[in-house]
Design a protein around this ligand. Structure first.
Ligand SMILES: Nc1ncnc2c1ncn2[C@@H]1O[C@H](COP(=O)(O)OP(=O)(O)O)[C@@H](O)[C@H]1O
Ligand SMILES: [Mg+2]
Length: 293
């Protein structure tokens, strides 16, 4: 199991109170990193600059993620979720604030983090196992070691037996499993996932969600998962963070009280649906201001 996230235990507390408790906790947070946050984001700001004008995409986000915590980020389309996730990986520079992992500043991608995007982007001329092993190859691992690690990850993601297949021989769900295995190959501490299952049909998505939780638990990862599907966020996460419309700010967050492991039937429970509904109301209320700064 993952380590509990910082903040008040909220099980049994009505949702609204839980949200207020979280808000109070956020305000009370110490500005220092010595309290054990794995990932600490302070006043992060991202501005895209182009000849057509500047677009402020992320505006002053504070977020701490504890070691082993699973945080889901939800928000309206175009709010800046992908931008924020890319900033966490160091793919997009900050125009203000800072991001640290274990106290170290993030300014570029590193082996402590891995991103999984919606599109699998596998190398079509490489077999499944060689796609998974690719990152290890770049890191200089020997062939035997690469294949050993890749085979283990393929077994973990339910792809044992498909090692020699090529990407175009796989279904969408299988490609995304390869993509996740590939992200895990360098053994990152933090997994950053950007709507990884949104291209999949409902049934495949559900089995991938269950699979991801198994992997996250088995490999003791810290996860930040962006999705616009609130049911998915509630089912997967320890905590759900809602972003405003662009520029992204944190408007609210909820601790998800359901114990783990979580059976898929949990999604149909009253408590799960009530929490989804409460989050949905907050997300729906977000309106994009008509502005380009
Ligand atoms: N490379 C870019 N240059 C300029 N604006 C961008 C760029 N990428 C994204 N944006 C803008 O930033 C905002 C946030 O985009 P994005 O992070 O993709 O949102 P989300 O993932 O929440 O849908 C959008 O208004 C988008 O048009
Ligand atoms: Mg996006």
């Amino acid at each position: 199991m993952s380590a509990p996230a910082p903040g008040p235990r909220a099980t049994g507390v009505p949702h609204t109170d839980r949200r207020e408790a979280m808000a109070t906790h956020q305000q009370a947070r110490q500005p220092d990193t010595e309290d054990g946050a794995k990932l600490r984001v302070e006043s992060a700001r991202v501005t895209y600059r182009s000849r057509a004008g500047n677009v402020l995409a992320v505006d002053g986000i504070d977020l701490d993620v504890a070691d082993g915590e699973f945080v889901a980020i939800v928000g309206p389309s175009g709010s800046g979720k992908s931008t924020f996730l890319m900033a966490l990986d160091g793919l997009v520079p900050l125009s203000g604030g800072r991001i640290r992992v274990d106290g170290r500043p993030v300014d570029r991608p590193g082996p402590d983090r891995a991103v999984v995007f919606q599109d699998a982007c596998l190398l079509p001329w490489r077999t499944v196992i060689d796609n998974v092993a690719y990152g290890l190859e770049l890191a200089g691992a020997g062939r035997k070691e690469r294949l050993r690690v890749a085979a283990r990850l393929l077994a973990l993601t339910g792809l044992g037996g498909f090692e020699g297949f090529y990407p175009d021989q796989l279904s969408g769900g299988m490609k995304q499993r390869v993509n996740i295995a590939r992200a895990l190959a360098a053994d990152p501490q933090i997994l950053l996932l950007d709507e990884p299952f949104s291209g999949l049909d409902a049934q495949t998505r559900e089995s991938m969600q269950a699979e991801l939780l198994k992997i996250w638990d088995a490999r003791k990862k810290t996860a930040v998962f962006v999705t616009h599907q609130i049911d998915e966020a509630v089912y997967l996460a320890d905590r759900v963070v809602a972003f405003s419309a662009r520029p992204a700010r944190v408007v609210s967050q909820w601790r998800v009280p359901f114990p783990r492991p979580r059976p898929l039937e949990l999604k149909h429970s009253r408590e799960h649906r009530d929490l989804e509904e409460e989050i949905w109301e907050v997300v729906r209320a977000q309106r994009a201001p008509d502005e380009v700064r």
